[in-house]
Ligand binder design. Structure first.
Ligand code: DER
Length: 233
């Protein structure tokens, strides 16, 4: 279908253009990245590509193992040649909202240690301003004991709505791969100075990481409805 074909086209283009043999590859999380891992495995089989992969979540780790790719980590390989990851939204300044899948902490850690972060996405992620298309809010990972005061602080300082992300197939809140909770912050002012807000948020004790990836992505590949690809960055 249109959406999956768009994801697949973006994923294949990014893997083919940015992954070279002997690379340490950061593997992102979410549904689009599945197509990237499939393409990596295909290139390993067909071209004897030699790569080592660092996961950004339990899901990514399973993907790497299931596709028989070589698993490594930041202890062994602290320098990542390229990180390929999805996004919930990409604005016209290449600011990303990530964390829709609740994996933002390890995603940002691996991306921040990569020489370049390449985003792969379908056409629904391509926005002018943050919040144009992605309406579920900016994800924020917090230490569980602090989630109520942090929600209050964000609401008081910046307005909007903020809520604890609740699990669907488990009673209670979503618990991340790192044992934390996720808050989703919606109805924010879209013209905000995201760099300043991000820095302010990160100073709040107990707030672990935000889903705002600012000046981190080198390029974004958007698969379009007509099967072509739009590149930005
Ligand atoms: O949670 C995340 O950051 C994921 O990368 C997400 O933003 C993209 O997921 P998708 O490829 O399934 O849309």
């Amino acid at each position: 279908d249109l959406l999956n074909n768009a994801k697949k086209a973006a994923a294949h283009a990014a893997v083919d253009e940015h992954v070279k043999t002997d690379y340490v590859v950061g593997v992102g999380s979410g549904s689009t990245v599945v197509f990237a891992v499939e393409r990596l495995a295909e290139r390993v089989r067909n071209e004897n590509l030699k790569i080592r992969c660092i996961p950004t979540s339990f899901q990514a780790r399973q993907l790497i193992i299931d596709h028989k790719l070589i698993l490594t980590d930041l202890d062994v390989d602290p320098v990542v040649d390229v990180c390929i990851d999805g996004a919930d939204e990409v604005d016209s300044k290449m600011t990303l909202i990530k964390g829709g899948g609740g994996c933002l902490l390890q995603e940002k850690i691996v991306a921040s240690n990569a020489k370049e972060l390449i985003i792969i996405a379908d056409y629904t992620k391509d926005s002018v301003k943050l919040g144009d298309q992605y309406k579920k809010g900016i994800p924020i990972e917090v230490v569980p004991i602090a989630y109520v005061p942090i929600m209050n602080k964000i609401k008081q300082r910046y307005g909007g709505n903020i809520e604890l992300r609740m699990a669907v197939k488990k009673a209670g809140p979503v618990v991340t791969d790192n044992g934390n909770f996720v808050l989703d912050w919606t109805n924010f002012d879209q013209d905000s100075d995201w760099e300043k807000i991000n820095l302010d948020l990160l100073m709040i004790p107990g707030l672990v990481e935000t889903g705002l990836f600012i000046k981190m992505a080198a390029k974004a590949y958007f698969g379009l409805k007509d099967g072509t690809i739009k590149q930005t960055g």
